[in-house]
Design a protein around this ligand. Sequence first.
Ligand code: DLZ
Length: 162
Amino acid sequence: MKKTNLSDYDPMAVPEGSPYHIAVVAAEWNSEVTGAMLDGAVSTLREHGVKEENIIVRHVPGTFELTTAADLLLDSNSTLNAVICIGCVIQGETRHFEFICQAVSQGLTNVAVKHSRPVIFSVLTCDTMQQALDRAGGRHGNKGVEGAITALKMCKFKDQCE
Ligand code: DLZ
């Protein structure tokens, strides 16, 4: 199956969301981008039947904090089926970019494995702001929408393992 842009998805292939409780955490850094991704994620969850009261939205200062937030949410809420983590890191003049990207990708993987629940990596790692905007509702779709679809698919995957 050739699928380069998951934002053009087949709605029939997305699991029904009504059984699930899903948290969406968005970083405040580059909020023009992360806000558009957050909107895309939440509206996609609603479209696929996740109940309003079962969608938890939280904000953290930066992408680096997504790991702690996901861990705390999963620790404190045993009914939570998945956490979608939204961030946007733009390459600057220093090596900060590398440290944040490395820490959050490894961190979110560790949290998912620790809790045996899906933690979705909706983090853009871009060279320019334009690349990020292109992926937050622009010409390359909306990676927040894709994060929501991935979360629903992974919730169903986990159900099938139980
Ligand atoms: C410090 C920093 C820098 C330089 N760049 C970004 C970025 O592009 N995107 C982002 O989400 N956060 C950035 N941050 C903030 C860090 O994620 C984090 O909030 C701080 O290092 C404090 O832990």
